[in-house]
Design a protein around this ligand. Structure first.
Ligand SMILES: Cc1ncc(COP(=O)(O)O)c(C=O)c1O
Length: 366
């Protein structure tokens, strides 16, 4: 008899599991400062909590496809409920889109460094991630992206503001990509935190092969409830709905998202916290000789700490030993010495700067 493992499709066998071990470790150590996963470190508002309790009372019933939430999200983007697809976080949305367009052997163009989930989900679908390194200034290498496209390309991922570099792609370059006519997944997970908030969602009307991804995990601070959504042409939405698992977003998650979406005061408070926090970390890091923080329009700051001559895993381990979890960028196609810091509360940001400065000062002999 063949071992049962031999029945597993080869591309699933070959795909590496996406490691969320760091999250389990963080939950086991609730006292640590979580600056590693681009969560929002401010708790949900009272309005969200009340909505959850009300929804929980109906927990014996199946949720629908969230028509009320989809309508609000669609209208806010100048679109309709039919343009909106909800997901169990936008990670679920990414997965749905990949499984709609990508068959084994198909290629997907992914400028890197970026959110590693794109690559992971493409591999599980049997697709071939074609990674296109950004330029040394971490801007998209447009000639290289255009050159990477082949007749086998089924999807292009563009994340803007990009995780982990924090910058946005220029409109003229986005247009060059859209002019290729290839399905383009434009990830706006952080757009509510941009310096001058400017969504590209309305472009879907002119470019129906463009899909805009959003999430309640970042600016809204509802990562634990797992709600993300896609804005797309209604025709495409009907296909995504075939791939999407019915009732994928729970009643409680829909209620939390609706209440969070309507709580504009809480959104403003959270946006202010991120913007002040990232300015503070950016400025303080750039005061350290040889150290470089990159300007960010997300809830994180990328730091080039190569001057310390340490591997980012070593920096991570040192900061962990001081109770602060950060993200080493070695797993994100970046050279050693790059780390990413999620913005916390003002106290957490100050603690990070204090501990990191002490560490750097000692190593650099300042
Ligand atoms: C660019 C980007 N897109 C999507 C996500 C996924 O977020 P979620 O699945 O919580 O919506 C993340 C999370 O870090 C991200 O950085």
């Amino acid at each position: 008899m063949k071992p049962a493992e031999d029945f597993i499709v080869p591309w699933v066998k070959a795909a590496e599991p996406y490691s969320d071990k760091h999250m389990d470790v963080a939950w086991e150590n609730p006292q640590i400062v979580r600056m590693m996963s681009n969560e929002n470190l401010l708790a949900p508002s009272e309005n969200v909590l009340e909505a959850i309790v009300e929804a929980a009372k109906l927990g014996n019933l199946y949720p629908g496809s969230g028509p009320q939430l989809r309508q609000k999200l669609g209208e806010a983007a100048g679109l309709t409920a039919d343009h909106v697809l909800l997901g169990t976080g936008s990670t679920d949305v990414i997965n749905t889109v990949v499984h709609t367009f990508v068959a084994p052997g198909d290629e997907v163009v992914i400028p890197v460094p970026t959110f590693p989930m794109y690559e992971a989900r493409v591999k599980v679908a049997g697709g071939i991630p074609v990674q296109v390194p950004m330029m040394s200034n971490f801007y998209w290498d447009m000639p290289a992206i255009l050159k990477a496209v082949t007749p086998k390309t089924k999807l292009i991922f563009i994340c803007s503001p990009n995780n982990p570099t924090g910058n946005q792609i220029k409109m003229e370059d986005l247009l060059k990509i859209l002019d290729l006519g290839i399905p383009t997944f434009f990830d706006e997970a952080y757009y509510e935190l941009e310096n001058n908030v400017a969504t590209r969602a309305s472009m879907i009307k002119k470019y129906p092969h463009m899909m805009v991804n959003r999430t309640f995990s970042k600016a809204f601070g509802l990562a634990g409830f797992r709600v993300g959504y896609l804005l797309c042409d209604p025709k495409f939405a009907t296909y995504f709905n075939r791939v999407r698992i019915p009732w994928n977003v729970s009643l409680i998650a829909i209620a939390a998202a609706l209440a969070g979406f309507e709580d504009t005061a809480d959104q403003e408070r959270k946006r202010k916290n991120v913007i002040e926090g990232r300015d503070y970390i950016y400025n303080e890091i750039n005061k350290i000789p040889g150290m470089r923080a990159f300007p960010s329009e997300g809830n994180f700051v990328l730091i080039d700490a190569s001057i310390l001559n340490k591997d980012s895993l070593e920096i991570r381990d040192y900061m962990s030993s001081k109770g602060i979890y950060i993200r080493p960028m070695s797993g994100h196609n970046m050279s050693r010495g790059f780390i990413r810091i999620t913005i916390g509360t003002p106290e957490q940001n100050q603690l990070f700067i204090q501990v990191f400065k002490e560490y750097a000062t000692k190593i650099l002999g300042l």
